[in-house]
Design a protein around this ligand. Structure first.
Ligand code: MLT
Length: 270
């Protein structure tokens, strides 16, 4: 895979850029990195140009010395826009899983004309409840006090189905490696950024680009009811429920996820 770095907005931003054709930007979940999209990149690169950045606070993207440590969803969306500027791309398919979906909403609100199509996987448009916000603050403290292994212990049972946790040690290990590869400071910042994110439910009816919504039937973090809400409010959107997948549905059911994604892209790029 072609790994790159570019300097934008006080960041050294790491990204992969593979294939040729219509650009498709895929944004990872929290607290993972661009390698969660390796399977999709391999599958799509024959037909599409697939761009997968590490969002600020994650992976190999780092803040330059003296840059403000600010991790809001709008900041991340502006980083993605700056990356597209660097790559001389005006419009792209923009999509993401969970946190990547929150950033996709922010991107669409800020730069609607740059969005050719939208992919919203295992995500939700609503802001955090007060209870969610408290849990984020506790997790930020956990990350800073006990490190990212403690975050992995707390998160893994929520990210995957019980079947995957018990029977797919390689999948569990690769998720743990992504989580523990995230810095505690970055994770704490992003948790606070997610807690402060705005509610996008009032924006859904302004999304007129072709939209694919994907959700694992067993996703308890952003459950199918949230996906249904998006399908109802985003005109003409398509919902694919992946049976037997939890929150990280692309890693648990890569073939089904890839089928949904590729079919959607092929149909909406004409
Ligand atoms: C994610 O997968 O990005 C997170 O679970 C999102 C969240 O905690 O809201």
């Amino acid at each position: 895979m072609a790994s790159h770095q570019t300097r934008v907005r006080g960041l050294r931003l790491a990204y992969d850029d593979a294939g040729e054709g219509q650009p498709v930007v895929l944004l990872h979940g929290f607290p993972f990195n661009r390698f969660m999209w390796s399977g999709e990149v391999e599958r799509l690169r024959a037909t599409y140009r697939v761009i997968t950045p590490d969002l600020r606070g994650h992976g190999e993207t780092v803040l330059e010395d003296g840059a403000e440590a600010s991790y809001g969803m709008d900041e991340m969306a502006r980083d993605v826009a700056a990356l597209l500027d660097e790559l001389k791309i005006d419009r792209a398919v923009i999509g993401g899983l969970s946190l990547g979906g929150y950033v996709t909403f922010a991107f669409h609100r800020l730069f609607p004309l740059r969005v050719k199509a939208v992919i919203l996987a295992d995500t939700r448009p609503q802001a955090d409840t007060e209870e969610n916000k408290k849990a984020r603050e506790q997790n930020a403290a956990l990350a800073l006090d006990k490190g990212m292994n403690a975050i992995a212990d707390a998160m893994l049972p929520k990210l995957l189905t019980a079947d995957s946790v018990n029977n797919r040690p390689e999948l569990v290990a690769s998720l743990r490696a992504m989580i523990t590869g995230t810095s505690a400071e970055g994770a704490a910042g992003v948790l606070r950024g997610m807690a402060a994110r705005r509610d996008h439910t009032d924006h859904l009816d302004r999304i007129t680009a072709p939209t694919l919504i994907i959700v694992g039937s067993e996703d308890t973090v952003t459950p199918p009811a949230d996906a249904e809400l998006m399908r109802r409010e985003i005109r003409g959107s398509r919902l694919v429920v992946i049976e037997g997948a939890g929150h990280v549905s692309n890693l648990e059911k890569p073939i089904e996820f890839g089928d949904a994604l590729e079919t959607f892209l092929n149909e909406s790029m004409i």
